[in-house]
Design a protein around this ligand. Structure first.
Ligand code: CA
Length: 227
């Protein structure tokens, strides 16, 4: 049974979540605030944590930081706020994904399943060296990329960026995470680098680079590889 910890201070939403998840045979614990969440996370060892960012006692981002001190359990953030900075801060602190309120229960459950699946597979699924889509194939071991059978030339920077995205399928990787990994900790806010290199990758990999199917932009936040 998949165990979920729901951290949310809105009792009606908690009730709806608990009913829907129990109907799908999830084991559910609920915490109305950050302090209870941290205690229950340690005591119950959930497989996934659903975390509202607006809690009465603590900032949700601080809850994520505290959790990440000792656990890699996937954290799916529930955010009522439209401000993307809030979600970016949550992702940079170690959350795995976010969903904006109001959301449909089906969408939430799909995201939940995806987060649990990714955690089980790990960032590099064991034995996976080939990433295949309808249009291109990436061989991570041989460091070769082909599109419809013909070899692609990628620069080391393009390769690094692509590798970070394809080894986290479906996951939003933030601008900051990509910049730090590829250009180093002093790269700061040079998101123009990212735009340039992502445009190059799309020209090489996508059938219609202006309407990408695989290398998706989350405006103001980061990028996501959809296989
Ligand atoms: Ca709240």
């Amino acid at each position: 049974m998949t165990r979920v910890l729901v951290v949310e201070d809105d009792p009606q939403l908690v009730r709806a979540l608990v009913i829907n998840m129990q109907a799908r045979h999830y084991g559910v614990d609920a915490a109305p605030d950050g302090t209870t969440a941290l205690r229950l996370a340690a005591a119950r060892q959930p497989d996934v944590i659903l975390l509202d960012l607006g809690l009465p006692d603590m900032d949700g981002v601080d809850v994520i930081k505290a959790l990440r001190g000792w656990t890699r359990t996937p954290i799916l953030v529930l955010s009522a706020r439209r401000a993307s900075e809030e979600k970016v801060a949550a992702l940079d602190a170690g959350a795995d994904d976010y969903i904006t309120k109001p959301f449909s229960m089906d969408e939430l459950l799909a995201r939940l399943r995806a987060a649990v699946r990714r955690a089980e597979d790990g960032p590099h699924p064991p034995g996976t060296t080939l990433v295949e889509t309808d249009d291109f194939t990436i061989d991570l071991l041989a460091k070769k990329a082909t599109r419809h059978g013909s070899g692609l030339r990628l620069t080391p920077t393009e390769w690094h960026l692509l590798e970070l995205l394809v080894t986290n399928p479906g996951r939003l990787v933030t601008q900051k995470q990509l910049l730090q990994e590829v250009w180093g900790p002093s790269s700061g806010n040079r998101t123009n680098y990212l735009r340039v290199y992502m445009a190059q990758l799309r020209r090489k990999l996508e059938t219609d680079p202006s309407h990408p199917r695989y290398l998706i932009t989350e405006p103001g936040m980061g990028y996501r590889f959809e296989a």
